[in-house]
Design a binder for this molecule. Structure first.
Ligand SMILES: *Cc1c(COP(=O)(O)O)cnc(C)c1O
Length: 401
């Protein structure tokens, strides 16, 4: 295989993964970000920080989450055997809490009083609000008015958990404006607060820090898979929005002879505004303070994106994925909404597991890949459960056949 350290030695001290990532900030934010970098680098190897994070993972989140052999699904599908890393069983129903608890604990160690975040569909907002409740911190979640109207249950959840939901009323009133608004709020109050980003995106150190907190998924899965089968998987597969669940599971296999595949949403097809496949159709650009493959307009502004999975609906993508693509270590493929809905119903009916629509993209590709392979094994990161998607599914896809 390739050089042992090449894939794991990133980012450099300026936050670059090859030419991607970095820290493109307004001057006022330089100092608060420098403080986060310094604190994180100090705290991450502190024994009491590590001990407390381990305790939280085990006793609050319910980790380790299991690896499950989807026997019936594999049999019906034909070909390779499919295994699932069950992040849907992580507390709050998705992998996002892994990094939110880490960010919350960092806030506590830094003596901050408040967590500030943005949210699109509300999944990240709920995870941050959960962390804030656990640590006794204030919480402010910025959310576009359009999304607030669409995601009522998550808005209620955040409020019940004690978070203040701030409606964002400018522009398209969705995720991008929510990020801008959260950045502004952080700028005004960085002494008391910390910004909690929702994926392996944003300015350094977030892509590194969120990855480090998500690594637990891969570390557990590698060991569990080996215990079950006596081997490593031939293929590891995950959906990619910003890329946090994917990098979490990939990170443990980067130096193994395993094929790694990231699955992006192709939505309704190839046209501009019809998908959110940044890695496939994007070009180098800057969004929210970092460089990545970006779906962009001619003037470099982020292009409109679409996916049936609101968690995958982002025009940029984590810088480490861009690096791993260019290095040829990870392959990025796409999956249409229709492939996703088919996989959603198959997993639900054949295994009794209702997946998040995001995760169903990874399942969909695994089904195709398994048939191509004929034999061998595929480990899929089942990033979340589908409870949040039930209304959408019934309204748009019906009850399945
Ligand atoms: C948010 C979300 C995603 C997408 O985020 P990544 O950072 O790409 O992992 C995927 N699955 C679920 C269940 C989510 O909630």
């Amino acid at each position: 295989m390739t050089d042992n350290n090449k894939f794991t030695a990133v980012p450099d001290k300026n936050g670059f993964f090859g030419k991607y990532g970095g820290k493109f900030l307004p001057p006022q934010l330089e100092k608060p970000f420098a403080e986060i970098i310094e604190s994180y680098n100090r705290i991450k190897s502190d024994a009491s920080f590590i001990t407390e994070l381990r305790y939280i993972r085990k006793h609050f989140q319910g980790r380790p989450t299991p690896v499950f052999h989807a026997r019936t699904l594999s049999l019906e599908n034909g070909g390779a055997q499919i295994y699932l890393k069950r992040e849907d069983l992580n507390h709050t129903g998705a992998h996002k809490l892994n990094h939110c608890m880490g960010e919350g604990l960092l806030a506590k160690f830094m003596g901050k009083k408040k967590l500030i975040a943005e949210t699109g569909a509300g999944q990240h907002g709920v995870a941050v609000a959960t962390a804030a409740a656990y640590f006794g911190l204030e919480c402010e979640v910025h959310m576009g008015e359009v999304d607030i109207a669409k995601q009522a249950p998550n808005v209620s959840r955040m409020k019940l958990l004690g978070a203040k939901v701030i409606p964002v009323t400018h522009g398209l009133k969705t995720l991008k404006e929510a990020v801008d608004s959260a950045f502004e709020a952080y700028l005004k109050d960085y002494k008391n607060s910390i910004y909690c980003i929702g994926s392996v995106v944003g300015p350094h150190p977030f892509p590194m820090m969120v990855r480090d907190f998500q690594k637990i998924v891969g570390i557990e899965a590698r060991e569990q898979f080996f215990d079950l089968t006596g081997e490593l998987p031939d293929v590891v597969c995950a959906c990619v929005g910003g890329g946090s669940n994917a990098i979490g599971i990939f990170s443990a296999f980067l130096n193994d002879p395993c094929e790694l595949i990231g699955v992006e949403p192709l939505g309704r097809g190839e046209g501009v505004g019809e998908n959110a496949a940044s890695m496939t159709y994007g070009h180098e650009g800057i969004i929210h303070g970092f460089k990545c493959y970006l779906l962009q307009n001619d003037d470099g502004s982020p292009a409109p994106v679409y996916s049936c999975a609101s968690g995958l609906d982002y025009p940029g993508v984590g810088p480490e994925h861009c690096y791993l693509k260019d290095e040829g270590r990870v392959k990025y493929v796409t999956c249409l909404d229709t492939g996703c809905s088919d996989a959603f119903f198959k997993l639900t009916r054949l295994e009794g597991i209702i997946p998040a629509i995001e995760s169903a993209h990874a399942i969909a590709h695994a089904l195709v890949k398994a048939r191509e392979m004929k034999t061998g094994t595929i480990l899929v990161n089942l990033s979340g459960r589908g409870d949040k998607d039930l209304d959408y599914v019934l309204e748009n896809w019906g009850e399945g056949s």
